[in-house]
Design a protein around this ligand. Structure first.
Ligand SMILES: Cc1cc2nc3c(=O)[nH]c(=O)nc-3n(C[C@H](O)[C@H](O)[C@H](O)COP(=O)(O)OP(=O)(O)OC[C@H]3O[C@@H](n4cnc5c(N)ncnc54)[C@H](O)[C@@H]3O)c2cc1C
Length: 637
């Protein structure tokens, strides 16, 4: 049916190398007895109550059976979203679905430990108000959200001058909690809302049309930034409406601009940019405004701050990590026969994806992939593939496309492979005493010691109260456990772990919260991750991989998923570096793959939209469209 277009020497070599046994991960290995093709391994029943054998689809079987052989490359949120959608898609029979990842155990079942046996995580991740699909996942897995997530928490910004601002929590706020301590101004506003005891309802901070509530709340919560500087933010509101209301051409023009240029053109005050927007972007999109696409910055500001009064409300994992709290239960479910019998292959780095040309429709099709089993050091292959979802980030894309001449021929893949990623560093510090802070989640802003990086610190002993597990095998101590992340960390990458820890304990933490100066460090861990995070650089929009890959007309059975993927008509409201976005992109990629490859009826995975735009934004965008028919957009290029 298919004729090989191109079979590189490396691929021929690996076919010869295929062994009857793989040892890709820490999981039990299932020997292949059907062919010489390397077989995916399954999580075992002893560990995850799953299958004792692997479905194997040979070419012959494909002809007599509608079951398809799908491979998902990448086991982040996007890969797991895709796996869920594929596993739940068939009403007729189970497809042969494999998720393959370079990490030793992408299922979250094996905790990451420091060298002293304490649990660590590559970055602390928050869950914002509008994550409807992740919330639904909790319901589907029977997980009580209050058991997995903390309540929505405040976040504080610290600079060398001290506390700069604290973001309030709107969804659970009362008039008193938002405006309580503010003399004079607070009282005036409280009275205007009728707060102060006239009735219980009145005590709740009212949901106001956005961004009115946010503006009012910033009156008491900015400690230093003068009101005139804050007022200059209005220019950004206008730009956001113009950008988001625009068509593809308009958005491409905004994408070519840096956010910094946009801030200048819309006359935002220098102090607002330096003291607030720059640190916010450094921790939101992991780059300063001069290195970011204005389009993505406005998408982000709208989604996380402007769309609704409580859009910025964020909560955190209450116990353990994202992997063990959410991914592990999902993985446990999907490997079960009744939920799709997913095969998971950890410790397997995909090298080459090979294509063939169909004699029937003349289109190219992915049919085989080659991977390095990092445990055995052997190259292995998976053949007779019906569809692939590439749920890898920029680094994975670059390495796969570089080793895949067939893929590199398609500009969408070679352009995506050219995008660079951002360095991050995660640290965890264990102290001998508890340090109390104004809020559990905190941002470092404008410190010279950051060397251009953004920084955050999370008080895990506050977020994960009563969790002796934070101390691993050590006798749990009474002290604080602090997770610190550096983003855009290029200027810090060359420092030794000891020097990084010293910067935190001697400079950053005590400058933000003086009580850290009295706390003694008991243990520390540092993880460095060069170039792993999607970088939404100016002009990158056109290079980011489309969900549809090279397109259904030319290469129907490779789709892309991940936070950096352009979803086109299927675009979702969740934006930026965002777990919800990555997860949803996995659903969409799987739905699209099934549509392109599955002759049988299938059940597309449901995608929940984020909350609807508020009326004033809809009206603003409509008005903008009308006005901009007559006004030249001289500020973009
Ligand atoms: C430090 C940090 C903090 C963050 N904070 C937040 C937050 O607060 N809130 C939020 O919503 N989001 C946050 N994010 C962003 C969020 O984590 C990402 O947007 C999301 O996890 C991306 O998921 P993904 O599946 O697209 O990519 P990834 O999670 O990067 O998954 C890609 C997978 O592909 C695998 N892979 C790559 N190459 C290969 C190969 N050749 N073969 C096999 N496997 C391969 C990798 O091992 C990886 O597991 C943060 C990210 C970081 C790094």
């Amino acid at each position: 049916m298919m004729k090989p277009l191109h079979l590189p020497a490396a691929a021929i070599a690996v076919i010869g190398l295929s062994t009857s046994k793989t040892s890709c991960s820490a999981f039990t290995i299932v020997p292949s007895h059907t062919s010489s093709i390397a077989q995916p391994i399954s999580l075992t029943r002893s560990r995850l109550q799953t299958t004792s054998s692997i479905q194997s689809t040979t070419s012959d079987e494909t002809e007599s059976s509608p079951a398809k052989k799908y491979v998902i490359i990448g086991g982040g949120w996007a890969g797991w979203g895709a796996a869920k959608a594929l596993c739940e898609s068939s009403t007729i029979q189970t497809h042969n679905i494999t998720l393959i990842d370079a990490l030793p155990d992408p299922t979250g079942a094996t905790p990451y430990l420091s060298s002293t046996g304490k649990p660590v995580e590559a970055g602390t991740r928050g869950f914002w108000k509008d994550y409807p699909n992740i919330n639904k996942l909790c319901a589907q897995l029977g997980i009580d959200e209050d058991e997995v997530f903390t309540p929505f928490t405040n976040s504080s910004f610290y600079s060398p001058d001290g506390l700069e601002a604290t973001a309030p929590v709107f969804s659970e706020a009362t008039v008193g909690s938002i405006l309580g301590d503010v003399p004079l101004v607070g009282d005036v506003i409280k009275n205007a809302f009728g707060g102060g005891g006239i009735g219980e309802k009145k005590e709740e901070f009212p949901m106001l049309p956005s961004p009115l509530g946010q503006v009012i709340a910033t009156i008491p919560y900015f400690e230093r930034l003068p009101i005139a500087d804050r007022a200059s933010m209005v220019g950004l509101l206008l730009a956001t409406i113009d950008c988001l209301a625009g068509d593809e051409k308009v958005q491409a023009a905004y994408d070519r601009m840096t956010a910094h240029e946009l801030f200048l053109k819309f006359r935002l005050s220098e102090r607002l940019v330096e003291d607030f927007l720059k640190p916010t972007l450094l921790v939101g999109l992991f780059k300063p405004p001069e290195e970011l696409s204005a389009l993505v910055v406005m998408e982000l500001l709208y989604y996380y701050a402007l769309a609704h009064q409580d859009s910025f409300d964020v909560r955190w994992i209450k116990k353990g990590t994202v992997s063990d709290s959410l991914i592990q239960p999902l993985a446990e479910r999907l490997v079960q026969e009744e939920y799709g019998q997913l095969n998971v292959m950890g410790g397997c780095r995909v090298k080459e994806v090979s294509l063939e040309q169909s004699e029937i429709d003349g289109k190219m099709h992915a049919s085989k992939l080659t991977y390095l089993d990092t445990k055995s050091g052997q190259m292995e292959t998976i053949e007779d593939i019906d569809g692939i979802i590439m749920a890898v980030g920029n680094q994975g894309m670059s390495s796969i496309v570089t080793s895949s001449p067939d893929l590199a021929k398609f500009p969408v893949f070679s352009k995506a492979a050219s995008l660079k990623g951002i360095d991050v560093i995660s640290c965890r510090l264990w102290f001998d005493r508890k340090v109390s802070t104004r809020s559990p989640a905190n941002v470092f802003s404008r410190f010279d010691a950051l060397r251009g990086a953004g920084g955050t610190f999370f008080m895990l002993d506050q977020l994960q109260e009563d969790s002796p597990e934070l101390w691993g095998d050590d006798t749990p101590q009474e002290g604080s456990v602090v997770a610190c992340d550096f983003y855009n960390a290029g200027g810090l990458m060359s420092l030794s772990d000891e020097d990084l820890v010293k910067i935190l304990t001697d400079e950053l933490l005590p400058s933000a919260v003086t009580k850290f100066a009295d706390a003694k460090l008991v243990d520390s861990w540092v993880g460095k991750y060069p170039g792993v995070v999607s970088w939404f650089s100016p002009g990158s929009f056109d290079k980011r991989p489309p969900l549809e890959g090279a397109g259904t007309d030319v290469l129907p059975n490779i789709k892309c998923a991940g936070d950096w993927v352009r979803m086109g008509e299927r675009e979702h409201g969740a934006k930026g570096l965002c777990q919800e976005r990555a997860y949803v992109s996995g659903f969409e990629a799987a739905n699209s793959l099934l549509k392109s490859t599955c002759e049988e009826e299938f059940q597309p995975h449901e995608v929940l939209p984020v909350r609807e735009d508020e009326a004033q934004f809809k009206m603003g965008m409509e008005l903008n469209r009308k006005v901009m028919q007559y006004v030249p957009r001289f500020w973009t290029r």
